[in-house]
Each structure stands twice: as C-alpha cells, then as structure tokens.
Write a protein of this length. Sequence first.
Length: 380
Amino acid sequence: MTYTSPWMNPELEGFRDAVRRFVSAEIVPHQDKWKKQQHVDRELWHKAGEMGMLLADIPEQFGGSGGTFAHQCIVFEELARAGDSSFGLHVHAIVAHYLLNQGTEAQKQKYLPLLATGELIAAIAMTEPGAGSDLQGIRSTAVLDGDTYVINGSKTFISNGYMADLVLLVVKTDPAMGAKGTSLLLVETANLEGYRLGRILEKIGQKGQDTCELFFDNVRIPADRVLGGVAGAGFIQLMTELPYERGIIAVSGVAIIESVLAMTVAHTRERKVFGKPLLDMQNTRFVLAEVKTEVTIARIYIDHCIGLLIEGKLDAVGASMAKYWVTDLQCSVIDRCLQLFGGYGYMLEYPIAQLYADARVQRIYGGANEIMKEIIARSL
C-alpha cells in the first residue's frame, strides 16, 4: 500500500525539496559542534529566516512566508527526518502563534517581522522549579507599578532560553485570582536589568538545544507588554494555543518514527547473522511488520490532525490524543528498532542511539502524557 498525505500538493513538494536541501547543507553538518557548545549558531537563525523557514505559516503582512500549517509542518518533518535535535525552531514558531492569535495589532507588527528574519529568537517560559504541567502552580509574579510591571521569579527547562531575545513569560499578575490572575508578558532580554541567565542544563539527549534557567529580580518592563493588552487572560491564552504546540510535537514524532523504520530496514538488510540477512529472520520481520503497521496508523491520524490545524480546528482533546499516543509510540518503536542494531545500537555514533536519547523528553514536554490522558478523560 502506497499512502500519500492528503494535504500534500506539487507546490508543497517543491517547498519540501528546498527545505531538505537547506537542512542537509546548513544543519546536518554542524550537529556535533552544536552539541559540544550546547546551542546552535545565531547565523543559522538568520539563514533560516532568509530561506523562509522560521514563520512559514504566518501571513506576509506580518513578515511571515504566507503559507499554511502544511508549510511549517514540512519544516518540522524535515528537521525530524534529518535527526536534528538542536535547532529550537519549534518553540520559536509557537511563540509566533501566540502573538498572531492573541497579541494586539501593535505587538504583532512589532515582533512578528523580527521573528521571521531571525533577528529575534523566541522562547516561552512556563515551567518553574515547583510547577511544570500544572500551570496553575506558577509562582513568578508581575506587580503593576505605575506604567511598568515588576517581575520576580525563576523559570527552568526553558528551550531557547540561552539565546532568547524575546521571552513569552507566564506570570501571576494577581495571585489571589488563581488561573484568572495569570498573564503572559513579552519580555525583551537585551540589556534588561535584573534579568539573569542560569546555566545551560545537561540533558540526556537533545544536547545541542540550549535549555536553561532564567531568573527575574525586580525586572521592569512596560505595562503594554502584556500579551493581548489585557492582564488576567493568560490561562485562556495558554489553553487556546497549546493544541498547536502538542500538534507539532506529534508531527515531529511521526516523522522520526518513519525515519527510524527506514534506517532499521536498511540495516537489517545489510547485517548478516548466521550467514543470512538479519531481515530474513522471522523475529526481525515480525518486529518491523508491527512497526510499519503502527507508523501507518499514526501517520493517518496525524495527517487528520494536520488538516484540522490547517483549518484552525484542532481542539485540546484531539491534540492531546496525538501528542500522548505518538510520543509513547516513538519511544517504543525506537527501543524495539535499537534492539535490532545489537551492540551498535548502544553506540552514540549510530543515529539510532542518539534518537533513543532524544526521544524520551517527548513524553514530558508540551504537557506530560499523564496530563494528556486527563484532558482526554474529561471529554468522556
């Protein structure tokens, strides 16, 4: 059975070819360097901006490339298939969508063109030492003082945190109001008094992706930096935009599974065991038959979700199902395929080993999979 994603067309195929060439030339050769320095080079952001990859699904009036989610989806798929775990484009695109859908006209006009060119690199800061998937547990505060907000608190596990020029910061502007007292602030980090970067954190995988701690000590920003211009709307904004984030995690997961299946089939065809290809052994064939079936089912559902994202109709339940099921499957498939590489699968010089290390966080960030199940269960 040959399956073609229903959202693909010749124009998108041409865009995919261009993205694939860019990834092959500008991203794949530098992975080892970026892992050692724990972040990509800023030059990559500028080149990706010139190529039109950064905000592929943001309207041209705001500096984006004017495509649909299909275009941005292709970027995520090609990064995943190349085995990239360094370029924090996903978070950057997520922040752009918060701005597009929730920002004021002035905020969109100011920030989106700079995100599109890579002049500004974006991060979103939700997680704190005592609050992860439970966003109502956020303790960082922003107190209104005249025409400025005074921010105090800390964030951790922030992707793009080390390089971020613009941080979409989750804070409590009215702690007494619970979720209704949550706001999102647009924090420009350059020369910002009281703002401090912590260390780049050592992770199991994704070592080229800068993930760090952020500290805010009486940081002052203009009051007009509240996303959307209205304090207290942050929790609703988060719930509205999280399906996009969870959808792209699932999109990347499927692309990685497809890549892992292809590399494992190629390996088992070449690897000889007892005088014949490993692929000729029944256990190998059955494992890969299972994986092929599972990834085909996953692809069909994710293509359905991509269609909904293109139309702006993917809801929290659908996105949660995609995120939890695909990322669980991603870890399971990579583990089973790694076994077929034998001892080589445990060596980091083999891509399957790196993919194994990189995959584990997929079940945690974007909302832990246990939270995804709770969201799904509420719809029963």
